[in-house]
Write a protein that binds this ligand. Structure first.
Ligand SMILES: NC(=[NH2+])NCCC[C@H](N)C(=O)O
Length: 584
């Protein structure tokens, strides 16, 4: 089925990405406006010098959630990442909701990032950061944000290799400049500036953590590009974990540097690093260095964002959730040309005319919601396989984790002052979450991934779910209510369009799944006969998954009994439905 979906694209995406390019693609989307812009707000308004801890808290959340992405991405090396994962495990409506969160995140983030780019270009030209914004009848227009988005869209449309190379050069320069900025900052450190380290308390640290989540957003870029990766099984974990480690190190060092250089109440909220240097006599020239670094860094965020979100749309189009016309991959460029040009233009128009800064919290909501969905998918598929186990025990435990996490987050927010009651409530919810995670061990795991796998999956996924809800609560009620409005609109669209459009596709999907399972069973027998006795190992009732895995990546792929290459020159990378026949 996935192969018939892929044929909607006419041509294949080119497999041109190795480990280095994939790592830099992740870095390309991670390091940008978050560190160069939001550090100011996070330190000045929320956490003070303890913003350093906020970066650590957000990093923990990012790492835990990244693990869940890696496990899924290695199993499903397909364009579309989180959409595919939730589609395969939870079904179409949850996948539709996930894509909503992704689209909200991507469209709004595009505007925020493009405007941050225009702001830093202005600083580079020696002007203030709102220099390029024109006020027309009460609307703040930013033609520079529009122009840079269109320019970058053209690069993405032209080719993946070219875009990745562009990203490599720009991100490389950006990282070198960050290291240089760090070297220039530390000599001006004054430890007096940390005297009031805990000024805003724990609420400030978590509030700022919810803001700087934005800075970590983007590590999943490699998952979206998985179909263009040469060896996804090996390279995706390297790219995601490597890029997050480097970004976290740089972020924490930069947060230490800025808070030691400037008293937190004097940190500039628009351009914290360049403003810090202008305050030091004789060091004003460093602000230009910072601006070049920011312009290069933020530019790659725009590039990778457009590159990755178009792959999500591509997969939606392949599944008819949007018109399949969008699924077309151009034979010359090897990129999803139609979707890239259309989506890039929409993004550019939004960057031109919407004052998106206030909507930035919605972006973080979208990202945290997707992290929640992916962690849930990882957890559910380990313990529940459709047609083999009852969904009840798994779903009830999962729902309890969600409920207790919401309870914990709500108690933390609701009682800022009533200390004893608050601590009791937090303790009860924390114990309940841990106990529920532990109770998964009373069940038998029915699926074990053949590639990268998380150990202690109930705890890791439980923590990812908890972390997502806790940070969402720290974002404030406005973001939550705005997101629910979007969700209602999207559910309505799904009911009037998506559900019908995908209907025929679904029937096809079920039939194909049965056929693939049959083929997989054949392959398992074949693999055993060929002396690959471990073909079904660890897959439990879903033994076919490992056999497919073996056949997919093994050298004997085409000679497996029961395997029919779908197309002479098209090697199937994966098929989620055969792999994990699992919709809840
Ligand atoms: N899909 C997204 N929300 N991308 C936004 C990534 C933002 C990036 N981490 C930055 O700090 O600029």
């Amino acid at each position: 089925m996935e192969e018939s979906a892929r044929h909607q694209s006419v041509n294949e995406l080119k497999k041109v990405l190795g480990p280095a390019l994939l790592t830099v693609i992740c870095l390309g989307q991670i390091i940008g406006s978050g560190i160069f812009v939001l550090t100011g707000t996070a330190a000045h308004d929320y956490a003070g010098p303890a913003v350093v801890l906020s970066y650590c808290v957000s990093a923990i959340m990012a790492f835990v959630s990244a693990m869940t992405f890696v496990e899924m991405a290695v199993d499903y090396p397909l364009a579309g990442s989180s959409f595919n994962y939730t589609l395969a495990v939870m079904g179409e409506f949850p996948a539709w909701v996930t894509i909503t969160a992704i689209v909200v995140d991507a469209i709004l983030a595009g505007g925020v990032v493009a405007r941050a780019w225009s702001g830093y270009l202005a600083v580079l030209c020696g002007r203030n950061s709102s220099f390029f914004i024109i006020n027309s009848h009460g609307t703040q227009l930013d033609f520079v944000a529009f122009g840079v988005t269109m320019f970058i869209t053209a690069i993405v449309a032209y080719g993946t290799k070219e875009s990745a190379t562009f990203n490599f050069i720009f991100k490389g320069t950006n990282i070198l400049l960050i290291v240089l900025i760090l070297c220039l900052s530390f000599p001006h450190a004054n430890k007096q500036n940390w005297a009031d380290f805990w000024h805003f308390g724990d609420a400030g640290v978590f509030g700022a953590a919810a803001v700087v989540v934005f800075a970590y957003n983007g590590y999943n870029a490699a998952c979206n590009m998985a179909e263009e990766a040469r060896n996804p099984k090996r390279d995706l974990p390297i790219a995601i974990i490597g890029s997050l480690t480097l970004a976290t190190t740089l972020y924490v060092l930069m947060a230490i540097a800025i808070t030691l250089m400037v008293p937190f109440y004097q940190i500039d909220v628009l351009a914290p690093f360049s403003a810090a240097f202008t305050k030091i006599p004789g060091w004003g020239w460093c602000q230009y260095l910072v601006s070049v670094g920011a312009v290069f860094g933020i530019g790659t965020v725009l590039l990778i964002q457009i590159m990755t979100i178009t792959r999500e749309f591509l997969v939606m189009a392949r599944h008819n959730l949007i018109p399949s016309w969008f699924a077309y991959v151009n034979g010359f460029t090897g990129t999803p040309l139609r979707i890239t040009l259309i989506f890039g233009t929409i993004k550019a128009i939004l960057a031109l005319c919407l004052p998106l800064k206030e909507l930035a919290s919605l972006v973080n909501f979208g990202y945290l919601f997707v992290a929640f969905m992916v962690a849930s998918s990882v957890l559910i598929r380990r313990y529940h396989q459709r047609g083999i186990t009852h969904s009840g025990p798994t779903i009830i435990r999962w729902a309890l984790i969600v409920l207790f996490s919401i309870g914990f987050a709500a108690s933390y927010k609701a009682w800022p002052h009533a200390k004893p009651l608050k601590w009791v409530a937090l303790l009860v919810f924390a114990i309940a979450i841990i106990a529920t995670c532990t109770s998964f061990y009373l069940m038998k795991q029915v699926y074990t991934p053949a590639g990268f796998k998380i150990y202690g999956v109930p705890y890791v996924c439980g923590f990812a779910i908890f972390g997502a809800f806790f940070l969402i609560a720290s974002l404030g009620s406005e973001a939550v209510s705005r997101f629910f409005i979007v969700l209602i609109v999207i559910s309505f669209l799904y009911l009037v369009y998506g559900v019908h459009a995908a209907e025929s596709h679904d029937n096809d999907l079920d039939g194909a799944r049965i056929e693939r399972e049959r083929q997989a069973a054949d392959m398992k027998v074949g693999a055993l006969e060929m002396g690959k006795g471990d073909a079904g190992k660890g897959a439990g009732a879903n033994g076919s998954a490992a056999a497919i895995e073996d056949a997919k990546f093994g050298a004997h792929h085409d000679h497996m009994p029961g395997y029919h290459a779908p197309h002479e020159d098209v090697r199937m990378v994966d098929t989620p439905y055969a792999h994990i026949p699992n919709k809840v």
